[in-house]
Design a binder for this molecule. Structure first.
Ligand code: ADP
Length: 462
């Protein structure tokens, strides 16, 4: 059976309260049965002793008694349920309650039976007589027989006490039950409302509305974490959706121009308007190579952005890696008459070597691309205890201030017309940034038009 958290908590509170009340009532009554019964027996014993002592004091001398006072004591005892008979040493009756008022005696015993049966239906008590010898100056002057309904009995005030206690317990039970249901309902409301809202938000997100966020304020740690998780999920999905839309738009936009050019060139050649000269075919081929490079770059970028957990990390020396790449670029630099130098020292790094190679290649090739003949590109590898730095600096054309914040965006080119000629697709730096970020590093750029550009990549050593 699926129940709401509210119903479950309220029921749980009520159940706990109910069990506690039952336990209290059971313990209270058990206590009453043993301790209160003992107390009553002791109280009755004490009362008997007191009557015996009072009667003993009524002995005057040489077998004479204050009979009037004994009668008063006897009547008072009778009113309390004790049937007293006093005899002297020879066994002669001095005073007997049954003789004095047999009707009242019977009435008292019936009253006691009624009291006990009302408390314990089926109670089996019987009339009991205790004997107490009366001693005066070491001489037994007589004896008192006290008859009562035994082994013990509750008088009206005892029964009233038990009844009041049970009524109080019932009231405590009702109030405790009400309070627990109220607290249970209040607490479960406080828990269930934010959970329900978070779940509603999650359902709307599941239906594709990624702009949804849960704004519930709660002091419950787990619920707060749940809401944050739902909101983070929505944010991630929104970003992914945004990226997906932008990528589709960018790709179609970037591919449209070269494909249209290719299409019109090939149509012209098929229709016989253009002769398919080697030069024209080479131009078409170059365009295809460019499109193919762009597609490959995009594929690589998607891989880096989407597979952050699949880094193949190893320990390697960044200086050595940079040195090898610089060596491979040497002839291209020579051809363009641009100088390349490497500075710095050995730096151990734990990272994905292939992806870091791509970072160095992209930055060095940009240095070559955007530095005119006669310029210089400097690579430098340094580091401290925690971080390793790779700096690629050139004295080329530089990047204008308004372009600097955008150059890491995919397909962004500072000077589109010229960059198209250099074959740049505008993805190289986006790849650099994505790779550095999956390694939890950062990349910064400082540039001045006409002076040069400096890229600084910082990577955590581990
Ligand atoms: P591209 O393939 O166009 O070079 P990138 O993402 O590598 O794409 O670079 C984006 C843009 O940033 C380039 O088009 C260029 O305008 C600018 N840029 C990158 N590196 C440099 C540099 N070293 N000097 C000047 N401009 C640069």
């Amino acid at each position: 059976m699926i129940l709401s958290i509210r119903t479950k908590l309220t029921l749980a509170f009520a159940f706990v309260a109910f069990v506690l009340i039952l336990l209290t009532a059971f313990l209270a009554n058990t206590f009453l049965e043993s301790h209160f019964r003992q107390y009553i027996i002791e109280k009755q014993e004490q009362r008997n002793e007191e009557f015996v002592s009072l009667i003993r004091q009524q002995y005057i001398d040489k077998g004479s008694w204050r009979i009037d006072t004994i009668e008063n004591i006897g009547v008072s005892a009778l009113e309390q349920g004790l049937i007293i008979k006093v005899t002297d040493s020879s066994g002669k009756t001095i005073w007997d309650a049954t003789v004095h008022n047999s009707g009242l005696c019977r009435q008292m015993i019936e009253h006691m039976i009624k009291n006990m049966v009302s408390r314990y239906p089926g109670w089996k008590g019987q009339y009991t007589i205790d004997e107490y010898p009366l001693w005066v100056d070491f001489e037994e002057v007589g004896k008192v027989e006290i008859g009562y309904y035994g082994p013990f009995y509750y008088d009206d005030s005892d029964l009233y006490f038990i009844k009041t206690l049970n009524t109080t317990l019932i009231w405590v039970a009702i109030i405790a039950l009400l309070i627990s249901v109220f607290i249970g309902a209040y607490l479960s409301r406080r828990l269930s409302v934010p959970i329900t809202k978070a779940s509603e938000t999650a359902q709307r997100i599941a239906k594709g509305d990624y702009s949804q966020r849960s704004k519930v304020n709660t002091s419950t740690k787990e619920i707060r974490e749940l809401i944050t998780a739902v909101n983070d999920l929505a944010e991630t999905l929104e970003n992914q959706e945004h990226l997906r839309k932008r990528l589709t738009a960018d790709v179609s936009h970037e591919l449209r121009t070269p494909l249209t050019t290719l299409q019109s060139h090939l149509e012209a050649m098929i229709d016989g308007i253009w002769q398919p000269t080697a030069e024209r075919l080479k131009s078409c081929y170059d365009e295809i190579i460019r499109i193919s490079k762009m597609v490959n770059d995009l594929h690589f970028l998607a891989e880096v952005e989407g597979e952050s957990h699949k880094l193949n990390k190893t320990n390697f020396d960044l200086y050595e890696l940079t040195s090898n790449i610089v060596l491979n670029f040497q002839s291209q630099f020579k051809n363009k008459n641009v100088g390349i130098v490497l500075e710095g020292s050995r730096q151990e790094l734990y990272a994905d070597k292939d992806k870091i190679s791509q970072v160095i290649i992209n930055l060095v090739s940009n240095g070559l691309k955007y530095t005119p003949s006669g310029g210089l590109v400097k690579a430098c590898v340094t580091g401290d205890k925690k971080t390793v730095k790779l700096i690629i600096q050139d004295n080329g054309e530089g990047i204008s201030e308004e372009d600097v914040p955008n150059i890491f965006e995919r397909f962004y080119r500072a000077d589109k017309s010229r960059n198209r000629l250099t074959g740049g697709s505008g993805i190289g730096l986006a790849i650099v940034k994505a790779i550095v970020e999956v390694h939890h590093g950062s990349v910064e750029v400082e540039s001045t038009v006409g002076v040069g550009t400096r890229f600084t990549v910082s990577l955590p050593r581990q």
